[in-house]
Structure formats: C-alpha cells, structure tokens
Design a protein around this ligand. Sequence first.
Ligand SMILES: Cc1cc2nc3c(=O)[nH]c(=O)nc-3n(C[C@H](O)[C@H](O)[C@H](O)COP(=O)(O)OP(=O)(O)OC[C@H]3O[C@@H](n4cnc5c(N)ncnc54)[C@H](O)[C@@H]3O)c2cc1C
Length: 389
Amino acid sequence: MRTQVCIIGGGPSGLLLSQLLHLAGIDSVVLERRTRDYVLGRIRAGVLESGTVDLLRRAKVGDRMDKQGIVDEGIVVAGETHGFRIDIKALTGKSMMVWGQTEITQDLYDAREAMGGTVIHEAEAVKPHEMDTDAPFVTYYKDGAEHRIDCDWIAGCDGFHGVSRKSIPRSVLKEYERVYPFGWLGILSETPPVTHEILYASHSRGFALASLRNENLSRYYVQVPQGEPVENWSDDRFWDEFKARIPGDLAEKLITGPAIEKSIAPLRSYAAEPMRWGRMFLVGDAAHIVPPTGAKGLNLAASDVHYLFEALKAHYLDKDDSGIEDYAQKAAARVWQAMRFSWWFTTVMHQFPDQSGFDRRMQESEITLLETSKAAQAAMAELYVGAPY
Ligand SMILES: Cc1cc2nc3c(=O)[nH]c(=O)nc-3n(C[C@H](O)[C@H](O)[C@H](O)COP(=O)(O)OP(=O)(O)OC[C@H]3O[C@@H](n4cnc5c(N)ncnc54)[C@H](O)[C@@H]3O)c2cc1C
C-alpha cells in the first residue's frame, strides 16, 4: 500500500490529523493497535481551549459539540475554606468548551468512515522504518500477515506508550520528566454536577476537582497517594473524601450516586525532543504528557496537529517546506508554555508527602494572590484558555 502520510495511532491526534488532511485533499492511512470500541471506551479529557474548538469546527466535527457541549466562561478555585471565581471570558474575551474526549473521538471516527478514510484497527507490531531517508515506510501485522505501507511522511500519534518516539535513536532523543508522588482517583457518576464551572480545590487533605460532562453526568476527582489501588476506594469512601475537600456550601448540595467508572491516573510532566526525526513527526502524547491539572493534554495534541497539518498542506499544495522545517520548534515552544502552567498549577494545588508548613503557607499565598489580584487572574486566565496558534 502507498499513501502520502502514514499515521500511527488512532486516538484524537491521529484521527484529527487524518480528517484535516483528507479535507485538504491529502491522502493518509491510520494504523491503530486497538479496536474502535476500546478507543471509544477511554474516559479522559473534557475541557477544550477555544483554539481546539475552532480546529474541530474546521475539521467538520463541531456540530454535535456546538449543540451539546457546555460553554465554560470561568473556573472556581478554592482554598481550605471557600471558593472564588475567575472570569476567564471577561479577562481574555474567550471561553472554553466542556466536551468529552470520547465524544470527539466518536465524531472523528464517524467522519472518517463517512468520507471513506482508511483506519486499520488491531494493527499489531507497527514499526516505522527509514525515517531518516526520503523513502520511509511502516510495517505491521494484521490477521497473521505482514503488511507494508510506503509513504512520504510518518506521523507518530501513538500516545505515550507508542512505538514512534522509541524509534528515534537514543543519541538524538532528549527526555525531560517529573513524576509527581500522587495520582488522581476519578469517578464518573450519573448525577447533576455540583457546579457548572470547573472547581479546583486545594485542601490540606489533598486536592479535589469537580467537573462535568453534561446536565446529568459529573466527573469528580480526589488526589490519592502514588500507587494506591483503586479497590481501596468504595463509592462511599470516595464521596466522603470528596465532600471533605470542597467548600462546605458545595459539599452540602452535592448529589451523590453510584460510580459508573472509577480509575486512578498517575501524574507526570514529560517532554521528548526533537518532535521531528527525518520524515517522522511526533504529535500529542507521543511527545509530551502534562498532569491533568491544567486541562492541557488533549489541547496540546490539537495544537501539534494544527502545526503539522499546516506544514503538510503548505508542502503539498504550495510547495513550501518552511512549516515542515519549523514544526518541531513551533510545537515544542507551545508545549513548554503549557508544561510550565500545568506544573505550576499542580504544585500550588496538591499536597506533597514531604511538604512543610512553610510550603503550605506558600500555596495558600499563591491562592490568595489569585483571589485578590486581577493581574494574577489575567495571567492565569490567558494560560488556561490557551495561547493562540
Ligand atoms: C487517565 C487519563 C486522564 C486524562 N485526563 C485529561 C484531562 O482531564 N484533560 C486533558 O486535557 N487531558 C487529559 N488526558 C490526556 C489526554 O487524554 C491526552 O492528551 C490525549 O488522549 C492525547 O491524544 P493522542 O491522540 O495524542 O494520544 P492517545 O489518546 O494516547 O492515542 C494514541 C493512540 O495510539 C494507539 N497506539 C499506541 N501504540 C500504538 C502502536 N504501537 N501502534 C498503533 N497504535 C498505537 C493507542 O491505542 C491510542 O489509540 C488524560 C489522559 C489519561 C491517560
């Protein structure tokens, strides 16, 4: 088989890139190692920056989002005793959209199918070859037979555990990492959200977050120690702990119910550079991971896709390779800004096991600054809503 762009990974990055390329008349094949149902079953991100919202509309997968997504114009930050609102819309002129990653992936799969796009599921042992030559290709196994796809470019959209990044020589790849000594225990419950804006609560018992998917679907998290087994958390234990960490007025009106999904995600900051090796590009989680505190993971994947799509479009349609040359530097510059924001917000809001009284006072002072200073709120709002592409 031959294609112009071979995309490894059928998560949000790979599907969105393939969809945008298709609309520009550029051919691609997506290789995904899992089934479609498995990919759609992953409960992950939910808050979209305005740039991501625009990109989804541009990819013609924005209709359902515009009808059913919830426009989010502010966030609530809480310390030990009370919460306060940061008016993102008033401070930046932009708003966010609450629309789940599962819904985005569903719409992207439907759009790829409707347009006759090639997405090969259960592709095993996918391997990129000859990326440092002008004739790269990708091999994989399906139904016991080996297949080969020749291409002009390879897009490594295969997430943190994928094969693309690992194919870059160790002598070339630079990795930067911070692993946090805690994780997030998250539950999804078919109950009305306790607040219609996302609540970030920094409590001495640990961090808690209240978010929502729709009027009757809530996503709540509490910080738990690293390595904590999810089996240790009955629904009742979760609700008791969650209530203890959020401001009293909200705890009083919280409606609880059975968890329809419960899982623990570790928190880490990670970046690999360069984001391009010869004719292979790294996109999204394949190149970087941020802790979910700033809601940046999926949004960074979308901005990488934007830069790569523009670069490939200019290459094929305008014979202009400047975007290809600039991709790694442009994408990484935006990644590092979001990386800093996510690290800062994580550090301010969570309890660290070795934290001193002084450290807690510093956290409280940061939160007071956010509550009382319009300048501090404006700086945060600008980063939260996302830098323009
Ligand atoms: C538990 C969890 C919670 C999260 N919560 C948030 C959140 O609240 N907010 C936020 O912004 N972000 C969140 N994220 C991050 C966000 O989900 C990711 O940034 C986003 O999924 C990145 O998309 P991607 O397509 O780059 O990677 P992925 O979604 O990881 O997709 C990669 C795809 O590649 C496939 N693949 C992997 N290896 C291979 C291979 N060898 N061959 C072929 N295919 C392969 C995988 O099966 C997968 O479908 C969360 C992530 C996790 C894990």
